[in-house]
Design a binder for this molecule. Structure first.
Ligand SMILES: [Zn+2]
Length: 116
């Protein structure tokens, strides 16, 4: 799986916040409007943490980040009901995990909805 370059990651951080506009946006690598994101909060983190997966459904580039969970930010998580063991198994393969997220996106379960 290819990762976004440093310049592309910098471009991802510009423009409207993903929390305000969670739909697909332009990919800085291929220019297609297929850039998607999914965030979650790992249950076992010592501090409130937000893990972000950002990927392009067209060119398959990916970047993952961990950041402090913005205070008060709440969001839907279509994976919340999945048993922990099943989820760990799914996340073992990044390619498989992103394919699963793409399926949720096509089904309308993603993008998530956010409220602050
Ligand atoms: Zn792309």
């Amino acid at each position: 799986m290819n990762t976004f370059s440093a310049d592309e990651v910098a471009a991802l951080a510009t423009g409207e916040s993903f929390f305000a506009a969670p739909g697909e946006r332009l990919c800085p690598a291929c220019g297609e409007k297929r850039l998607r994101a999914y965030v979650n909060t790992p249950p076992n983190a010592r501090r409130p943490t937000l893990v972000s997966y950002v990927w392009c459904a067209a060119c398959a580039k990916f970047v993952g980040t961990r950041a402090k969970h913005p205070e008060g930010l709440v969001f839907s998580d279509p994976l919340a009901a999945m048993p922990a063991a099943e989820r760990r198994e799914l996340e073992r393969s990044l390619v498989g995990f992103l394919a699963y997220l793409d399926r949720l996106w096509e089904e309308g379960a993603l993008p998530q909805t956010f409220a602050a």
